[in-house]
Structure formats: C-alpha cells, structure tokens
Design a protein around this ligand. Structure first.
Ligand SMILES: NC(=O)c1ccc[n+]([C@@H]2O[C@H](COP(=O)([O-])OP(=O)(O)OC[C@H]3O[C@@H](n4cnc5c(N)ncnc54)[C@H](OP(=O)(O)O)[C@@H]3O)[C@@H](O)[C@H]2O)c1
Length: 349
C-alpha cells in the first residue's frame, strides 16, 4: 500500500503554513526517504516567511532539521539500511519541496545524514542538524576559520589540559548554533571563551566552554580584551553565532585589540570594521557545496555519528516540544520567533 505524504506547505510568499498532501518522493539512486519522527524549528524558517526572500519557488516546504528512520534506500547507497535511526540536515532550500523537512516523508541527500544511537530519542536529536552544519561551516572551511577537525574522545582531555591552548572566542554560547560550536571547537582542542546570559553560564560550561561572560555587561568588550591578553594564548578567531550588527562589531573590536584576524558570522556584517578584521559570512550548506564537500564528510560522515555514539557530543540545547503533528508547525515557528534561551523548538510527528 502506498503511503500518503503530508507537508506543512508555505503556499505563497509571506503566507501562513497550510497542511496538505504532498507527492510521495521519487527515490533517487544516491538518496534516502525518511519517515520523519521529529522536526526542529530554526530562525531561518520564520525569517523566510516574514521576508519572502531566499529566492524560493512557491508552494515550498521549509524545514532543515529532521530526526527519523530510514524508510527507503537508493540502489547506490552504502552504509544505511531500512530502519536505521538518523538525523538529517534537510537541504530543501534550493533543492525543491521534496527535500524540505516539514513533511512526513522527506527525501534526503547522503552528505548530511548521520546515524544516532538507540538511547537518543528523535525529539532530542532533532535539535542538532542545522546547528551542526552551521557550526562546522564557520569552524572548518578554509574560507572561514579553517580550524583543526575534531576527534572523538578529545573533549574530556581538553578540559583538563594546559591553559595555553589556542582560544576560540564565541559570541552566543547558549544559542542553538553556539551549542554545537562549543562542542566541536572543544573536541578540536581549543579553549572556548563565550558570552551568554548569567542564567546560561552553567549550560555553556557543561558543554565545554572554559569561560562565560555576560553579553549584557556594557564593558564586556574591554573585559574580554583584558582577559584574553592576560590568558596569553593565541586567539584563532571569533565565531559570531548571533550575527546582529552589534555582535559583529563587538567581536571585531575584541579581535582588533588582539592584533586582528577573522570573525566568522552567521548573518551579515557592516563594512566599516577595523581593516585588520576580516568577516567571513557563514553558510551552512557550504560544507557540502564548497571544498569538495570535505567538511560534510569529516563532520557528518565521520565525527558526528561516532561522537553521538560514545556520548561525547550532546544533543543540545534541550528540546522544547510544542506539539505533535504538522498542524503545530506554524505555531512552532511563531514560538521560535518570540525568542528562546538555550532551548530548541521541536514538533514531534
Ligand atoms: N548562515 C547560516 O547558514 C545560518 C544557519 C543557522 C542559523 N543562522 C542564524 O544564526 C543565528 C542564531 O541561530 P540559533 O538557531 O542558534 O538561534 P537561537 O538559539 O534562537 O538564539 C537564541 C540565543 O541567542 C542568545 N543571544 C541573543 N542575543 C545575544 C547576544 N547579543 N549575545 C550573545 N547571545 C545572544 C540567547 O542567549 P541567552 O538566552 O543566554 O541570553 C539565546 O540563548 C540566527 O540569526 C540564525 O538565523 C544562520
């Protein structure tokens, strides 16, 4: 019996989502079809809905974060079988509605699929995909920070080792993207100094940050400069996981005082920053499309499944489940837009 697919469609530019049937995807030789069990919401979803940007053709299916089980396996696929539990960074933006995450049976490209352990629930694991790709794009591509790759088992050692490790400054350690940046950078052997609200200091430290400062403090920039100078270790760059004009300027000001370097930023950057600071705009899908896809292979193909299995990489932040079923996706977008603090909005299916 043919399964019936449903999606939370965005029918037209700036329209509210509508739940309706969707074509059951055709299986390509190098792809999988997933039975979706949980999806998470990202700011880009409501940003597209609010702005009408991103060059989408409508009707479209948004959604980047999927956790589910493999339902069908393309004939050339190796390494996955029916029934495998996986997370997927759904590459729907630019690839067509069949690849969007807000549907029961998305088709997915292999570059951004990873198996998850039995003990990890779908609703918990769904928080990870876009966050991991975005963190990896900013940390490892040569055009961004070009840092060393993570290894499994290294995060624990790095928390107890010498203070003189190279430092990554991360703006926004309690955000979804920041949560993956902390974990990846620590597993790559860097000390992570970050910013968050005081309520999330322990959250960021538990993920591996060595120092957390309150970004609300008007003196946060001079404090960071003096702490990092005192620390004496090389600062390898700044990852700005917030990407507001103010956070890019703050990141650039710290880096300028330390001799310059690169700020990798999740959004855009003003063009009047100090000359010794380069801003590299992060694009999550660049891990697949740039540098022969090597970052996706290293992170999604090798590091992530191993680190989830051995427990060294956590699904963070904690899921905030707002409903069960596609009818809850529009409300979930509105909930994400209203603001979250170290939580990720999730809809189970
Ligand atoms: N370019 C790409 O490919 C790409 C991909 C994914 C996301 N993004 C963008 O990345 C940004 C973050 O996304 P997300 O899903 O990680 O967001 P999120 O989890 O919704 O962000 C919420 C968090 O941001 C923190 N925050 C807010 N203002 C801050 C500031 N001035 N300084 C430090 N922290 C601050 C809050 O910290 P406290 O609660 O501790 O105060 C809160 O925990 C969004 O703009 C998103 O559109 C871009």
């Amino acid at each position: 019996m043919q399964l019936v697919n449903y999606a939370a469609w965005i029918p037209a530019e700036k329209a509210s989502l509508v739940v309706a049937t969707a074509p059951f995807p055709d299986l390509a030789a190098n792809e999988l079809i997933i039975k979706n069990h949980a999806l998470a919401i990202n700011p880009v979803d409501w940003k597209i809905q609010a702005s009408g940007g991103f060059g989408l053709s409508y009707p479209a299916i948004l959604g980047e974060d999927v956790a589910g089980e493999v339902l069908e396996v393309g004939k050339n696929v190796k390494g996955f079988k029916k029934g495998d539990r996986v997370i997927v960074h759904a590459l729907g933006l630019g690839s067509g509605p069949g690849y969007g995450g807000f549907q029961l049976y998305p088709k997915v490209k292999l570059a951004t699929v990873a198996k998850i352990p039995e003990k990890l629930e779908f609703k918990t694991a769904a928080v990870l995909p876009l966050s991991v790709s975005t963190a990896a794009a900013g940390l490892y591509l040569e055009g961004t920070l070009g840092l060393k790759y993570p290894t499994t088992g290294s995060s624990k050692a790095s928390q107890t080792a010498s203070k003189k490790k190279e430092v990554l400054l991360l703006w926004g350690g309690s955000s979804s993207v920041g949560s993956s940046v902390i974990q990846l950078a620590v597993a790559s052997g860097y000390d992570v100094v970050t910013t968050a609200s005081p309520a999330n200091y322990s959250y960021a430290k538990e993920l591996g940050a060595s120092l957390v400062l309150d970004y609300h403090n008007p003196d946060v920039v001079p404090i960071l400069i003096s702490l990092l100078k005192e620390h004496g270790a090389k600062v390898v760059g700044v990852y700005d996981a917030i990407g507001a004009e103010g956070t890019v300027r703050q990141s650039a000001a710290v880096l300028h005082a330390l001799g310059g370097g690169t700020v990798a930023s999740v959004v855009s950057a003003p063009d009047d920053l100090p000359k010794d600071v380069k801003v590299a705009r992060i694009g999550s899908t660049n891990i697949v499309s740039q540098e022969a896809g090597v970052v996706a292979k290293k992170i999604w193909g090798e590091y992530l499944p191993a680190a989830l299995e051995d427990g060294s990489f956590k699904a963070a932040p904690e899921e905030l489940v707002v409903g069960n079923g596609l009818y809850f996706v529009q409300g979930a977008l509105d909930r994400q837009k209203s603001g979250v603090s170290a939580r990720k909005v999730v809809v189970t299916l």
